[in-house]
Structure formats: C-alpha cells, structure tokens
Design a protein around this ligand. Structure first.
Ligand code: SAM
Length: 387
C-alpha cells in the first residue's frame, strides 16, 4: 500500500466508524424520542373489532395519524364523568370533529346507560368512571375521531318515540323526517276516524325504509295499520326487520328487498291499494354530494342520498307508480329538497299523470320540504290536511 492508499484507507475507516457511530446514536435517539412521545401522548395498538367489519366501506382510520395521536388511556388513575367529557370534547375540537361536546356527552351517557348527561345530577357527574368505563370511553371516542357519526358509534338513535338500532352504512334518520311522519299520521288518523281502518286498504307502503324509522313510527302510533316497507339495500332491510323485532312490531310489517325502479310491476301487484305511499327518497342533486360532511360521505350509503342530476331520479319513479298504488282516499307523502316542491307541482299540473298536487309543507326551519299528492279522482275527505 502506498502512502496515498494508506491515508485513503485510514480516512475511509475513520469515516466508516464515524458514520456507524452516528447511525447508532441516531437510532438510540429515535428510540428515546419515540418512548418519550409515547409517554406523553401514548397510542393505542389495540385491535378494534369494527376496523375489519367496515373496511369494505373504506371507513376507519383513513385520516393519517389519527391512531397515533390518541391520548393514552390512563391506567394509574381514573377520570370523573365531567373530566372525561372535557378531555374528549377538547380532543374532538382539536381534530375538527363536528359537535365536539355533544359527541363526548352522547358517548359517555351511552356508556353509563342513560340518554343524556343532563339527567345526571352534578354529584353523579363528579363520580369516577370505572376502569371498564374508561376503557370503553377511549374505544368509542377513538371511533368518533375517525369521523364515524355518533349514532353509529353508540349503535342506536331515538326517532320520535322509538329507540332504534343504527349501523353503517344504513342511513341515519334526520329530525325533519319526524315531521313527515306527523303529516302522514294526521291523515291516517282521519281515515281511521271514518272507519277506513276496518278495510283491507288501511295499509301503507314505504319506499326506501332505511332503519325502519318511518314505518315503525307509523305502526307504533297506529296499531291497526299494516305496513309494507321496501329498500334496495339489503343492510337496510335487515336493520328494519331487526328494529321491528326489537319493538315487537314485526307482526304488522312486511319488509322486502326490492328496488322501486327495477321491481315496479311486482310492487304494484303486491301492494296496491294503499292509503299512504310514503318516502324519504335519495333526493340530493349529484353535484351537491361533493360537499357532504365526512361523517355522511365516508360512512352512510351514498345510494341513500344521491338522487341523480336533479335529485329526482327515484322521486319520478315513485310518482309514476303512485296512481296505480293509491286507494281512492290514498295519498303520496314525500320528503324532498327545497327546490323540488315547485318542480313536482309543475310536473303534476303540466301533464296527464293521474296525480293532483295537494300541498307543500315546510320543515321546522321554514323550508319547503314535504309534498303531498293524491289521485286525480280521489275521494275528498274534508278533515284531511289541506283540502
Ligand atoms: C334517505 S334514505 C331514507 C331512509 C329512511 N326512510 C329514513 O328516513 O331514515 C333513502 C333510502 O332509500 C333507499 N333507496 C334508494 N334507492 C332506492 C330504490 N331505487 N329502491 C328502493 N329503495 C331505494 C336507500 O337504500 C335508503 O335506505
């Protein structure tokens, strides 16, 4: 080895030793940093049984980093109800989860077996959660961090007088739909008053039953009614049946896995005549689907929401079927987008469709959201709404 190669060799060895030392040190520091970070933030590697269940709907843990930033479940101490609500409210706020306080309140109330925390006095809110309740709180709140709607997190929701099971991707009933049920009930009660409930046609067809909220609410208030409910989504059909069994209403309800577009003839044959044809169909304009909250966009069935270019795809099919389905005192009741009532009225008045537009009703925010129609040759009953 000449002087040059000798010095090159020794400087190469020196560099290698230097590099190795740096790498070793970097590794040590990284491990120390990770340990330090875990001790500050903690993170959960526990297997979540829901994770795999919903993978087909690209549901969980899609937000990068969420799983790593969850505050560690404290094992050495416990939190009071109020402290747990405060901690998770701030976590939700920090990560842009909508309705942060309500979310943590609903989840913790659910774990305590109550509907709302308000029903707990101040004393009980100062009580400590058990270790099991702490663990459950962490598990469910972590799901909410992924933007899963709170109704899916707690696997249930109230609609009018009923407590219903909820699970993705079946549509979660919205408060305005309670008003649609109110409209239908008011008219059906009038029909019942004049003896129609004794007749075979005292039945209702619901198109797109979802969790069964509308059909089951009608049945709950009117035990003489018979309801046929259909949905093109099998998950919805199953959940409606499950909810009916849970409420003991399965005897008055038939649920079918059917598509109102594809199975139109069969539906007419099976169901007519009906006193009420009710639907909260998919009515969003396709262009508006891009603006949905992550809760809706990532977890709820998009086919429950998307009504095509003008939001009327399913509505048009329901209206076409209606004259063949309605009894002479029967009516159609639809929940729609505020732009729809004018279009539907124009359509009914502008052609020979066999339907008369009865009235538009507004929701609690004052927006025109519900349409009522009946057959052209319907028997008018004075006390029914808006004649
Ligand atoms: C907005 S959700 C309403 C669900 C429930 N009625 C409620 O108000 O909570 C619309 C429902 O219609 C169903 N649906 C959509 N297109 C349908 C079709 N062509 N035939 C039958 N059901 C349909 C969806 O699967 C969904 O369950």
């Amino acid at each position: 080895m000449n002087e040059f190669t000798n010095s090159t060799y020794s400087s190469t060895v020196t560099s290698l030793v230097g590099i190795t030392t740096i790498v070793v040190l970097l590794n040590k520091w990284t491990i120390m940093l990770i340990r330090l970070r875990r001790s500050v933030y903690g993170f959960s590697n526990r297997v979540d049984p829901l994770k795999d269940r919903f993978i087909g709907h690209k549901r969980l843990y899609s937000s990068p980093g969420v799983a790593e930033c969850i505050p560690a479940l404290p094992t050495a101490y416990r939190l009071t109800v109020q402290e747990a609500v405060t901690l998770w409210t701030s976590q939700f706020q920090l990560r842009g989860v909508s309705e942060p306080r309500l979310s943590s309140q609903y989840i913790i109330a659910h774990l305590l077996g109550i509907k709302t925390l308000e029903s707990l006095g101040n004393d009980r809110q100062a009580e400590f959660l058990t270790h099991k309740q702490m663990e459950q709180t962490w598990k469910l709140c972590t799901r909410r961090l992924t933007r899963m709607p709170v109704q899916y997190v707690i696997e249930g929701w109230d609609f009018r007088d009923l407590s219903l099971k909820m699970r993705p991707p079946v549509f979660i009933p919205r408060p305005e739909t309670e008003e649609l049920v109110g409209l239908v009930l008011a008219d059906l009660q009038v029909l019942q008053g004049i003896g129609v409930s004794e007749q075979a046609n005292f039945q209702c067809l619901e198109v797109g039953c979802g969790s069964g909220a509308i059909s089951l609410s009608l049945l709950y208030s009117l035990p003489q009614l018979r309801v046929i409910a259909l949905d093109k989504n099998k998950d919805a059909v199953d959940l409606t049946m499950e909810n009916a069994h849970g409420l003991g209403l399965q005897g008055q309800l038939k649920v079918h896995h059917m598509d109102v577009i594809r199975d139109a003839d069969m539906i007419v044959k099976m169901c007519s005549p009906v006193s009420a044809l009710v639907s909260n169909p998919p009515y969003l304009f396709s262009a508006d689907m891009a603006f949905l909250d992550p809760e809706v966009h990532q977890f709820e069935d998009q086919a429950a929401l998307d009504g095509g270019d003008d939001g009327m795809q399913v509505i048009r099919h329901i209206l076409t079927l209606a004259p063949k389905l309605l009894s002479n005192t029967g009516r159609v009741y639809l929940e729609v987008d505020p732009r729809h009532p004018a279009l539907i009225q124009q359509w009914a008045e502008g052609g020979d469709h066999g339907l008369r537009y009865v009235q538009t009703h507004c929701d609690f925010t004052g927006r025109p959201r519900f349409c009522v129609l009946e057959n052209d040759n319907a028997t008018h009953i004075k006390t029914m709404t808006s004649i």
